[in-house]
Design a protein around this ligand. Structure first.
Ligand SMILES: Nc1ncnc2c1ncn2[C@@H]1O[C@H](COP(=O)(O)OP(=O)(O)OP(=O)(O)O)[C@@H](O)[C@H]1O
Length: 125
């Protein structure tokens, strides 16, 4: 194995560790993230039990990752704004409202996707 390859491999491992630390940080700090994650796990277990199709799995995984990703970006944005501009300002308020709104849009979509996939299966039980 070339030293260049080993070096790059090590860099990737370290980069992955930093990214993992970011996920752990949000998990510890953000109650909303923990709530979304708990719902995601519930949905994944239900999907296994109700034997959803491949396409239904795809929709579930896409919407779960979208909600969690947006929650992380929302948290990062809040920290960034609080760090660089701790004072009250309408523009800061609107940016925070917009990123929180993005999480809400994805969360509402996730509820609709959940109803579309799970309701017919629950009625068929
Ligand atoms: N510096 C500010 N200037 C103006 N409005 C602000 C400011 N900071 C927060 N706000 C308003 O308060 C709301 C909540 O902001 P905050 O930073 O407390 O988020 P949060 O309640 O921790 O959100 P989350 O529950 O997503 O973590 C924002 O959406 C915004 O409307």
């Amino acid at each position: 194995m070339s030293s260049d390859f080993k070096g790059r491999n090590q860099e990737n491992t370290v980069g992955f560790r930093f990214a993992w630390n970011g996920i752990v940080w949000v998990f510890k700090a953000e109650r909303n993230f923990r709530i979304h994650l708990a719902f995601a796990l519930l949905v994944i277990v239900s999907a296994f039990l109700l034997k959803v199709s491949l396409w239904e799995w795809t929709a579930i995984m896409i919407i779960i990752s979208l909600v969690l990703t947006l929650e992380m970006i929302n948290t990062a944005m809040e920290r960034l704004l609080d760090h660089f501009h701790p004072e009250i300002h309408p523009v800061i308020g609107s940016i925070k409202d917009i990123t929180a709104g993005a999480v809400l849009v994805a969360s509402i979509s996730s509820v609709f996707i959940g109803l579309i996939i799970f309701l017919p299966k629950l009625f068929a039980l």
